[in-house]
Design a protein around this ligand. Sequence first.
Ligand code: AMP
Length: 287
Amino acid sequence: MHTIYTLDEMTQTARGWLSGGSVGFIPTMGYLHEGHMSLIRASQAECEVTVVSIYVNPLQFHSREEFLDYPRNLDHDLQLLDNIDVDVVFIPSVEDMQPPAFSTAVTLHGPLAERLEAEGNSAFVGGIATTMMKLLHLMRPDIAYLGQKDAQQAAIVHQLLRDLSFDVQLRVLPTVREADGLAISSRNILLTPEERKEAAGIYQALLMGKAAIERGELQVQQIKAVILETLARYPLVSVEYLDLCDPYTFVERTELIFNTILVLAVQVGNVRLLDNILCLDGKQWRL
Ligand code: AMP
């Protein structure tokens, strides 16, 4: 496994990709878990070369505190990546990615850039888009692998690739969950045992929404009410937002139609967690 810390070395290495076959890229913020591993395994099955980045992007947090609290364990991550034979790990520094003179930002418009994750955090979308663009230029992959768990992030990258004609394919893979349904996240470690137990309610609540849809409920307000009623049984879970929208544009739905994502953000204690399920056609789901 080749570990790269500088932008120059990453550029040099990526110049050699053409001779080595297709390159799969998995961007991460480290503290790796089974969700990340599923993306890495998909890349290894499809591509000749698999590259992983570990970069805790300060631009994509809701507060400085949240950024500083984000769990990190680089030694453990490197061991895991070495064990599964990842080809290249890129670990840039914040100083190199965002040097003091850095003054360029990629801007998106519309609901995707203004609603939900972007609400009250105007830097969020630009932070993801600008950092992703820089990583793609440095790493020059053929295919990028992202998780459905961070659905708005995946939609932003999808839009960015399309609008700016990047020659990169996107694969968005299903959310990997714990046995009780909680979406695996690096942040779960920050939950107290009591909070961790209640956090399982997030997915259970989404499944209640799914059941309502499968019974024929089409009214978004009714579907939301079912989910919120379930969440109310978990007092440590407070809802930041719950929304039904288009999974690409994030335009809000008023009535359920095919291809609708049920997406929520909650606060459990001090930990902010995201989850979603995607209704493809009322019978078929991505959970
Ligand atoms: P992160 O390190 O949290 O920024 O995540 C890096 C990538 O892994 C993103 O594309 C995430 O959507 C994806 N990911 C995180 N958690 C999961 C999960 N439980 N299942 C599938 N993908 C995930």
